[in-house]
Design a protein around this ligand. Structure first.
Ligand code: TYD
Length: 209
């Protein structure tokens, strides 16, 4: 018999400046209001080693890094995250909200860095099959709008420093993923006001409750 009340794994994706961080905090509160215990976490990061890898990956003065090296470091952090945090949390009945996950590697390394899907798919295949999100919320907005919002917020990291064309490839790759996986993805218009975005997310998540 299917377990209807099992804990769910939800990932949030989007361009820089899409507002994932605030929406994740709202969603955590929403789920807790429905009696769920929730682990909110992020990639790259989430574990001690993962956060150290994040520093290396995001530092604007880190210098050149071969795209495949970048992808491997993302997956090194991810493997720690999945085995030490995400799967144990799901096993313990906690819902997992993850600020970026595998789809970010398809978008940023596959699309942005032009590596294509194949190397990402190989690494994804090494993760346990259970480590797949039940729902991926893609906060989508035009590149220029996202970058303008992100630049107002803080100093640019290694990805935010990239050209507009890089971010356009990232967006295109995310939208292609959403078309390919319509059951799992929900594309949300992140150019809308914060309340509209929050409500759209809650509507998408309600069907999992
Ligand atoms: P981000 O999630 O945007 O954090 P913040 O809101 O603090 O800026 O930063 C993570 C960056 O890492 C983002 O630019 C995308 C990048 N990234 C990848 O390139 N590949 C990946 O697989 C992941 C998880 C993130």
């Amino acid at each position: 018999m299917p377990v209807v009340n099992r804990a769910r794994f939800i990932s949030l994706e989007g361009l820089e400046g899409a507002g994932k961080t605030s929406r994740l905090a709202d969603l955590k509160a929403f789920l807790e209001g429905h009696g769920k215990t929730v682990l909110a976490t992020r990639e790259p990061g989430g574990t001690v080693l993962g956060e150290r890898l994040r520093e290396l990956l995001l530092a604007p003065d880190e210098g050149p890094m071969a795209p495949l090296t970048e992808l491997l470091l993302m997956f090194a952090a991810r493997n720690e995250h999945v085995t030490r945090l995400i799967l144990p949390a799901l096993d313990a009945g906690r819902w997992v909200l993850c600020d970026r996950y595998v789809d970010a590697s398809y978008a940023y390394q596959g699309g942005g860095r032009n590596l294509g899907e194949a190397p990402v798919a190989i690494l994804e295949g090494l993760l346990p099959a259970r480590a797949r999100p039940d729902l991926t919320l893609l906060l989508d907005l035009p590149v220029e709008l996202g970058l303008a919002r992100a630049n107002r917020r803080s100093a640019a990291d290694r990805f935010e420093q990239e050209a507009v064309t890089f971010h356009q490839r990232v967006r295109d790759a995310y939208l292609a993923r959403a078309r390919r996986h319509p059951q799992r993805y929900c594309v949300i218009d992140a150019a809308a006001g914060p309340d509209d975005v929050r409500l759209a997310i809650e509507r998408a998540v309600e069907r999992l409750l």
